[in-house]
Write a protein that binds this ligand. Sequence first.
Ligand code: 1HE
Length: 265
Amino acid sequence: MTAVSVAKSPPPVSIKIDGEIAIIRLDRPAKRNALNDESVLALETAFRGLPERVKAAVLHGAGEHFSAGLDLSELIEKNLSEAIDHARFWHRAFEAIEFGRIPVVSALNGAVVGGGLELAAATHVRVAEKSAFYALPEGQRGIFVGGGGSVRLSRLIGASRMMEMMLTGRVYRAEEGYQFGFSHYVVAEGHALAKAIELARKIVGNAGLTNFALIQALPRIADGDRASGYLIESLMSAIAQDDAEAKSRMRDFLEKRGAKVAPQD
Ligand code: 1HE
């Protein structure tokens, strides 16, 4: 028997932990960070496996593009039931981001398209560089979104704009996308990662219960009926204010030690 040496491809996702912040990078720049099964599983594993001390994460892509979306070389091989499983697998992985333990800030550049846009939509704060562009080429590829886009993007940018993007192949640039809610910031080329890390540092400075309420309670309130929303809000706000951390922060302000609210750059 002859030994066959199999060249192992480098991991599609890398993780760096810097104190309370995890920096997670899509690492297939040669394929424009297209998301194959291995990448999606690695993302899920990365987000689910973060150590307790990590309180926020930053997600970005290696190279000139955040992500070219689904690795099209994989979908072509799937039958009907495999394709359903595939979408459910993406849903599970992206849920680990949107409804995970910690807030996630994404740094976007170049292509943020298809499944890459669906991934960005699962993050809580999005910082785009001027090069970022957004599209849902699924319409042109003869398919539909499968990474939770019909649920998340229809809420983020509106079902009407999502429909228009997919029907016509519209590509939005960073500045336009900013106006429509694709990103919360637009920054100069090469600055998104630093800005995302700066924002993650602010986020970890919040009380833990506030961050919990924002990522777990708020989206459910927004999705639900008003009466349930008011109920959840009253419970959540009572729980948060009862915490020693909240009481000490409020005392700090009243005793002139807390920061005032001021516009920032
Ligand atoms: C890919 C993919 C991909 C690049 N799957 N291999 N997504 C799309 O329809 C977007 C398709 N990609 C593009 O339009 C362009 O590649 C980009 C605008 C993102 C970048 O352009 P460029 O000129 O910088 O790169 P390139 O030369 O097009 O691609 C470089 C390599 O990456 C090349 O492979 P190579 O082996 O020839 O070097 C490309 O084939 C490869 N590549 N994008 C596979 N997407 C859960 S449902 C979600 C459904 C979707 O996401 S559909 C949208 C899919």
